[in-house]
Write a protein that binds this ligand. Structure first.
Ligand SMILES: [Zn+2]
Length: 372
């Protein structure tokens, strides 16, 4: 019997009165809900424990413990691990549409998150493969994973935007531009993430997924000035709002993630990657001020739970990394230095920001899946 099935059976036991073991499981779920998955929703969400009992979530991945135990003495330190890497966003001609394309002066190199993290992912793969792991990248170029293009979403996008009341040319043009914007967003953001999650769940089926990003701060209102604050954090699934929990689809996804065994591995992996990033970058932990994220362990200030689409849709353990503020004085200068060296095939700087990022990821993975 798979571990997830065992958990499902355990949850069913919760319905039997007087079962102390079941009570403990139920209390564990209540604790998970109140500290991580629905911390700002009142106790009403606990009524859903009944529906969780009916879940039969499949778990194809092996836990770090099982992977380490199955490894022979002479094996490479990461043999037996199959890790998937998601270079976040797309880059290339899509970067501007993604809103991930900027520079502060014309003499600078364009900063495109999708391109920077693709290089990080490729460097991480080289290192992890040399350590014995199997590594799958979700994309190898600055092209979408989603085979559908914006034009494929035109009809749907048009149906969601109200047609103009007047037939003036400018009203028609505004309408067409709004439909185009919506169709592009569907193709390269929302449905792109849905397709990436589908690839992980149905095709790649790795032991864990790491989604690599570089964070950015909102631009100051006055002008496109770099910000001072530079920081790092990692994200795992959680922190649904009452409104999100009211959606039957999101509730089902929460139930699946809560019962399939991915949760504790996400904490272990997120903790290790948070520590590794903090040590490698020397950056302080990021802070969220609103109720859309929660720090789940005061000992690990870098680790936050948040209800992001990819984190919710991917069944296996998933951690999303958000080191550096690309438009901070510090990291922007480092990114420019990195891009300048690459542009002329010069030796890379000793403190190269992309190599530092890749090293930290490898370190975090080794802390969880590596041989003692
Ligand atoms: Zn990003």
């Amino acid at each position: 019997m798979s571990s997830s099935l065992t958990q499902c059976r355990l949850l069913s036991l919760c319905l039997l009165p007087g079962c102390l073991f079941a009570q403990a499981v139920s209390e564990q779920i209540a604790h998970q809900l109140s500290t991580r998955y629905t911390p700002y929703v009142d106790g009403a969400s606990l009524r859903d424990v009944d529906s969780l009992a009916g879940q039969e979530a499949e778990a194809w991945w092996a836990t770090p413990e099982v992977i380490r135990a199955a490894r022979g003495e002479d094996a490479l330190p990461l043999s037996g691990l199959h890790l998937a890497l998601d270079p976040g966003h797309i880059g290339g001609i899509w970067a501007e549409w993604e809103g991930r394309h900027f520079r502060v002066s014309e003499a600078d190199f364009w900063v495109r998150e999708g391109e920077l993290v693709l290089e990080v992912a490729q460097r991480v793969r080289t290192r992890l493969v040399a350590l014995g792991a199997e590594v799958s990248l979700l994309r190898e170029s600055n092209e979408p994973v989603n085979p559908k293009r914006p034009a494929d979403y035109w009809t749907l996008a048009a149906s969601q935007i109200e047609e103009p009341a007047t037939r003036t040319l400018s009203a028609q043009l505004d309408y067409a531009l709004a439909v185009r914007k919506r169709a592009v967003k569907m193709a390269i953001v929302t449905e792109e993430l849905v397709e990436r999650a589908r690839c992980i769940n149905e095709v790649i089926r790795p032991d864990a997924l790491l989604s690599l990003h570089i964070n950015a701060a909102p631009w100051p209102k006055e002008a496109q000035h770099l910000v001072h604050s530079d920081h790092a954090h990692v994200l795992i699934f959680g922190c649904l709002s009452a409104q999100e929990l009211a959606s039957p689809r999101q509730q089902a996804q929460l139930a699946k993630k809560l019962t399939n065994g991915s949760g504790p591995i996400e904490v272990e992996l997120g903790t290790a990657l948070g520590h590794a990033l903090a040590e490698a970058t020397d950056l302080p932990a990021s802070d969220y001020e609103g109720l859309n994220a929660i720090r789940i362990d005061p000992e690990v200030p870098e680790l936050w739970a948040r209800n992001l689409l990819l984190l919710r849709l991917v069944d296996c353990p998933t951690v999303l990394l958000e080191p550096y503020i690309a438009n901070s004085k510090n990291s922007y200068a480092r990114i420019q230095k990195a891009l300048a060296a690459r542009a002329v095939y010069a030796p890379l700087p000793e403190d190269d920001i992309l190599i530092e990022y890749a090293d930290a990821v490898v370190d975090g993975v080794l802390r969880v899946y590596g041989s003692e």
